[in-house]
Design a protein around this ligand. Structure first.
Ligand SMILES: CC(C)(COP(=O)(O)OP(=O)(O)OC[C@H]1O[C@@H](n2cnc3c(N)ncnc32)[C@H](O)[C@@H]1OP(=O)(O)O)[C@@H](O)C(=O)NCCC(=O)NCCS
Length: 199
């Protein structure tokens, strides 16, 4: 009987090795991350308005995350970028983060990896005392994490964008109240050698 119970216990016991983990990106992940983005988003991804803000910049400190499978391979990615999100009524420039791209390997879609990356990114951004996150994406996906178009209604991207897809999440209440203007990159610039490698 004990042997049978052990088999049943083993069957219902939680998996000891999780199917994926969320981790900080390292320089060794860059090639795999870029290949994943090419596969999931195609070559046109570099023409997006968000790309203008990311180009030549380093992601916000501690906010480049990857999902790894049990062998350590990169199967998901999300990065956040420092931006100035317009100005307040008093004319003060407002710091925020721009999130993107978020992508999960097609072979692993629907397993909660995108959601885990989003939740980890939001938590890490809060821990690092950021006030708000903006992104351009499908509201039907991002609303579940608290992103809504009304938070970004007076902000504009530096290029074509669909207003209904431009979404914001406040990490500090009221951070985006009455802010208006264009999103401008404010993150640290990539070094010359990193720029040559990225070209
Ligand atoms: C969007 C993406 C990141 C989701 O990753 P994922 O790991 O499959 O997501 P999760 O497993 O956490 O969530 C899956 C849920 O999101 C839903 N979903 C996925 N993409 C969606 C979208 N664009 N709009 C609305 N819902 C979406 C799925 O239907 C599923 O719903 P369910 O939980 O009710 O079954 C992934 O599909 C992807 O990389 N797509 C290509 C790149 C891309 O378009 N990125 C930007 C997203 S706007």
């Amino acid at each position: 009987m004990a042997a049978v119970l052990d088999v049943v216990r083993a069957f219902f016991a939680p998996q000891t090795a999780p199917a994926f983990v969320i981790d900080h990106e390292t320089p060794a992940d860059v090639v795999a991350r870029e290949a994943l983005l090419d596969r999931t988003m195609g070559g046109d991804r570099r023409k997006k308005s968000s790309e203008k803000i990311r180009r030549g910049r380093v992601p916000a400190e501690g906010l480049a995350l990857v999902a790894r499978d049990s062998e350590g391979h990169v199967i998901g990615t999300v990065r956040l970028w420092n931006v100035e999100a317009g100005v307040s009524r008093e004319g003060r420039s407002i710091d925020a983060l721009l999130l993107g791209p978020l992508a999960v390997d097609v072979a692993h879609e629907g397993k909660g990896i995108g959601s885990a990356l989003m939740r980890a990114a939001i938590l890490e951004a809060k821990k690092r005392d950021h006030g708000a996150i903006l992104l351009v994406g499908d509201a039907a996906y991002y609303e579940r994490f608290g992103f809504f178009a009304d938070k970004a209604q007076h902000l504009i991207m530096p290029g074509p964008f669909a207003r209904a897809r431009f979404l914001g999440l406040e990490l500090k209440a009221g951070w985006l109240d009455n802010v208006a203007g264009m999103i401008v990159a404010s993150g640290r610039k990539l070094s010359r050698s990193a720029l040559r490698q990225a070209a």
